[in-house]
Design a protein around this ligand. Structure first.
Ligand code: PRP
Ligand code: URA
Length: 210
């Protein structure tokens, strides 16, 4: 598993505002979108492309286009939905699939309650979106799901990760082709499985407590 932790002053600045408990939902949503676009730039470095010939007003030249089959972007509901706009801004031709996964706040075990994805993901590049990688259970379930459907490589974009979750995910992934692009790796998980210092409950901060 490859892990890339962003190191950019704009990302750190936006993350600081995101963490601040005084930041309101509208600002939190806006910042999440902006952060994803910055992280997506790194996450899409390996997007498959093919050469094409085009005509400029002056001459014929070679360029590239994104290869078929188109990449698929998979936000993990709910909080991952807050990252979707920022991602498709950069990859407008991508398809979008959905996975609904919630963790049980007592046992910290994830359960999948919704899915809308193509049956066959053979040869598809998958980009998973979830702002929080805490125990790694939810992202691990999503990665298993995508590989079971034939995906050959998965890139996950998370805004924050905990070291414990990264370790667990490394073991679960094994030698499968998985890349993680992270805004930051925080100190630890607390006794409730929350990332410290973290930003609290990402879904609640984006959408409220419904
Ligand atoms: C949050 C977050 C991740 C998960 C991380 O979702 O968006 O999906 O927790 O925790 P884990 O790494 O320990 O599995 P949550 O279950 O709160 O659902 P929500 O997005 O609907 O709020
Ligand atoms: N889910 C969140 O939204 N935040 C955490 O810190 C851990 C899990």
């Amino acid at each position: 598993m490859r892990v890339h932790v962003a190191d950019h002053p704009l990302i750190t600045h936006k993350l600081t505002v995101l963490r601040d408990q005084r930041t309101t939902s509208p600002v939190f949503r806006q910042l999440t979108e902006e952060l994803v676009t910055l992280l997506a730039y790194e996450a899409t470095r390996g997007v498959r492309i093919e050469p094409i010939e085009i005509q400029t007003p002056v001459t014929t030249t070679m360029g590239v286009r994104i290869s078929e089959p188109r990449p698929i972007v998979v936000p993990i509901l709910r909080a991952g939905l807050g990252m979707l706009e920022g991602m498709v801004k950069l990859l407008p031709t991508a398809e979008v699939g959905f996975l609904g996964i919630v963790r049980n706040e007592e046992t910290l075990e994830p359960s999948t309650y919704a899915e809308r994805l193509p049956d066959d993901l053979s040869d598809r590049q998958c980009f998973v979106l979830d702002p929080m990688l805490a125990t790694g259970g939810s992202l691990g379930a999503a990665i298993d799901y995508l590989f079971d459907r034939g995906a050959v490589d998965v890139t996950a974009i998370c805004i924050l990760a905990a070291p414990e979750g990264l370790e667990a995910l490394k073991k679960l992934v094994g030698d499968r082709d998985v890349t993680l692009v992270l805004g930051a790796v925080d100190e630890r998980l607390n006794e409730h499985g929350y990332i410290v210092p973290g930003l609290g409950d990402a879904g609640d901060r984006l959408y409220g407590t419904a």
